[in-house]
Design a protein around this ligand. Sequence first.
Ligand code: F6R
Length: 366
Amino acid sequence: ERGQYRHYMQKEIFEQPRAVADTLEARIHAHGVLPNVFGVGGDEVLATVRGLHIVACGTSYHAGLVAKYWIESHARLPVSVEVASEYRYRDVVVPPDTLFVAISQSGETADTLAALREARRRGYRGTLAVCNVPESSLVREADLKLMTRAGPEIGVASTKAFTTQLTALALLTLRLAGLNGIDADRYAALCAELMHLPRAIDDALALEPAIAELAARFVPRQHALFLGRGVHYPVALEGALKLKEISYIHAEAYPAGELKHGPLALVDESMPVVAVAPSGPLLEKLKSNLQEVRARGGELFVFADTRAGMDETPGTGALIRVDAGGDFIAPAVFTIPLQLLAYHVAVLRGTDVDQPRNLAKSVTVE
Ligand code: F6R
């Protein structure tokens, strides 16, 4: 079953180009997102939507956070994202014509399912499930559905489920952008980028040997800090979650701008700091955040877009270049090296990679 791979997690990491391509299959072409991708009546509902509430747990929640950046930027609709265990017990205000979106690999996560049931009472324009299991309770109970086509995910730590959720949410972003007056050239460019995603992930997977080498530096560590800005902040959150789940190293993610508001106090020679450095206007800001880390002796591991002007090796750590394939798909592409890092650190630490202690694949109780 695992074939040439040592663990299911590694196999699933390498299945991502296929899983993402499958999730795009017959849903998008050069002229845009095809009709009826979200189920019967989906396009009519989406045409009237004025805002979104996204709810999920764990890794799926991180996918929702990425979607907030995407949808607000490209469709100009307000989006809130919340963990399901909070959403379900809160007195939520639902503005008119809000779409409720639940994201779940399994479609059986107790809190997410309860949140959907609660949402149905709260008066949304509609409910959409982004899910990997067609026969799941979540899919059965939502009005609209968008299936990720990751195939079965065995490893407890979610990998291909996450990148296929991002793919599905990118399709949702494009559909909403198209309905809300995005410029035609910009729309076409985003579609082309999304169609390139399987290839871009494939290229990122080629970084495995370099990352496996880096991983050794994390093995004796107790803590690690992950930094990102903008849409890459959720990518940092996901990188930290992967590392803590399977290697049992305490990892925290911060938006890089928050560094000096507290976590900088933790930085010394024994604190590895992992940073995602995309191209674009926030790079200069990030560089000065990294300088603050370097000045305190923190070991820096920077994953930098090949197009970003990161030239020098950052102090004692390492600089790894990633071809992000474009700003839109970059969060999905930068996820790959962080998955590989967590995986190889865990392998070197000798943990049970596919079945980390205390965790279950599907959390069907509260
Ligand atoms: C992390 C992980 C969990 C799940 C979470 C939600 O690697 O797997 O955080 O993402 O339990 O599960 P689903 O997506 O099935 O609702």
